[in-house]
Design a protein around this ligand. Structure first.
Ligand code: SF4
Length: 484
């Protein structure tokens, strides 16, 4: 006789039930998993909830922590968490069967790649991972004004997306990390999310027909950029359909242009050969009223060739009314992957130095002279390469647009590349660091070392002295440091 286990079809509820059943020694063949409120893998209703922007389904080690007889490999919990949002109706049964086998004499089951259960688990986890990646790539926000009752002047960005699997909660935290300074809603048939720059609220799903018709300023902007960057010399229709599946085209405004762009591709190839973009200026919105708009536009900049090898354009981050803007050289490996400035090792050094100088990182706007990561691949590593002067010049319109909007009192250049972009001339760091200079953006412009240069120093004493000098020069900003 089988027992019906009715449960809320999410990973945390399944894990709770699975743990209970495992402790009661209930074999998989005695159980029928009955997900409540689910039809063909799609939730018929969705409950609201909230999080701080890092909302994740539960920690994957909890089964292991929960009871003495329930230790399972972390790799299983990670794959199970992904498989749980696949629309395969057998997933709960398969997950419990694997869990049972792992804890009943087959601890190395996951190593048997030809095992039917393991195979299905892997396939589901992979498909879900791909679907999350597609959602990150294909969500397109549209701007709507006046919908936020607490801040009617504040635009809200809204996106509708229809994922293949119920990946919504796994995919949303990425958007919070990436667009933390924007107010936005993401609507999907499985659930909706609202981020107000502080808090993430989850709500019920929205069928496509109910998705609001929106003001299309941003959409038109995006289409014009897509048209500008569309490269007919590199068209591979099959690869394009694989990377941008046709089922997502209806929510991507730029796809309406594809037919037209393909039709004129020969002429465009010839034209592109003639006028390769040499600067970001063609991509910078002429009358951008806010940094978020610039950030979205920079994401598709092709003002120089660096966009072809980097993962993300890394735009500046910080308050729009910051008193201090700190300009670095370019994003590093981690910044490129996370699309945020100064979050890697150099960012840690900068944070330490700022704290020591009495400056709160949250109070400053941090950006780079060049927005895409220049690197060369050596094996699996991506090694930093210094941007050339022409790349700094090509990217300068973005920095100019950021500084134009922020109008800071003080600009701090970290290293000679940042100084080149801000001051418009080459400098010798040793000659000009640590004293107030004047630039088009501020009469109080300061040049100091780049934290990555301090990190690269091999001699510990030399490194400590360089750090002390860096802190002292940053301290000039608060008036507590020295001035040469
Ligand atoms: S580095 Fe700057 S100019 Fe070059 S593509 Fe990236 S954003 Fe555009």
């Amino acid at each position: 006789m089988t027992i019906d286990i009715e449960f809320k079809p999410d990973f945390v509820s399944w894990r709770t039930e699975a743990r209970r059943l495992l402790l009661a020694e209930t074999p998989p063949e005695d159980i029928s998993w009955v997900p409540a409120g689910e039809e063909q893998g799609r939730l018929l209703f969705g409950a609201g909830a909230s999080a701080d922007g890092h909302g994740q389904v539960g920690a994957s080690t909890e089964i292991a922590k929960a009871g003495p007889a329930t230790r399972v490999p972390r790799a299983f919990m990670e794959a199970a968490e992904l498989a749980a949002v696949h629309r395969e109706p057998r997933r709960w049964q398969v997950l419990y069967r694997i869990l049972w086998r792992l804890s009943h004499g087959e601890p190395h089951l996951l190593d048997i790649e030809v095992d039917d259960d393991v195979l299905l688990l892997r396939r589901m986890a992979k498909a879900v991972g791909r679907d999350i990646h597609k959602m990150h790539a294909f969500v397109r926000f549209r701007k709507v004004m006046g919908t936020n009752p607490d801040a009617p002047e504040d635009p809200v960005y809204v996106a509708w997306h229809c994922p293949d699997h119920a990946i919504f909660r796994l995919a949303v935290p990425f958007f919070v990390r990436r667009f933390r300074s924007m107010t936005f809603s993401i609507l999907t048939p499985d659930g909706s999310a609202f981020w107000d720059k502080k808090r993430l609220e989850y709500g019920p799903g929205v069928p496509e027909g109910m998705a609001p018709r929106l003001d299309d300023d941003l959409e038109a902007l995006w289409c014009s950029y897509y048209g500008a960057i569309f490269n007919p010399a590199r068209i591979k229709i099959k690869a394009m359909k694989r990377e941008m599946p046709v089922r997502h085209w209806r929510t991507l405004p730029e796809t309406a242009l594809i037919g037209e762009l393909l039709a004129g591709s020969d002429a465009r190839v010839a034209q592109m050969m003639k006028d390769q973009p040499k600067s970001a200026s063609a991509f910078v919105p002429k009358q951008a009223a806010e940094l978020a708009e610039l950030k979205i536009a920079a994401a598709v900049c092709a003002g120089c060739s660096l966009c072809h090898t980097a993962t993300n354009a890394v735009f500046g981050k910080g308050p729009a009314n910051a008193r201090i803007v700190i300009v670095g050289e370019q994003p590093g490996d981690q910044e490129d992957l996370l699309a945020e400035p100064f979050v890697g090792p150099a960012g840690k050094v900068l944070n330490e130095a700022l704290a020591a100088a009495g400056i709160r990182r949250d109070d400053v706007y941090v950006t780079n002279a060049v927005k895409h990561f220049k690197h060369k691949k050596v094996g699996l590593q991506r090694l930093h390469q210094k941007p050339e002067a022409r790349e700094v010049a090509a990217c300068r319109p973005w920095l100019a647009a950021e500084l134009q909007l922020i109008k800071p009192e003080i600009v701090v250049c970290l290293g000679a590349t940042a100084a080149l972009s801000v001051l418009g001339r080459m400098i010798r760091l040793a000659d000009e660091r640590g004293r107030w200079l004047s630039s088009s953006w501020s009469k109080r412009t300061l040049v100091t070392n780049h934290p990555a240069a301090i990190l690269r120093m091999m001699d510990k004493d030399q490194q400590a002295a360089a750090m002390a000098q860096f802190v002292a020069e940053l301290g000039m900003v608060t008036g507590v440091g020295h001035q040469r």
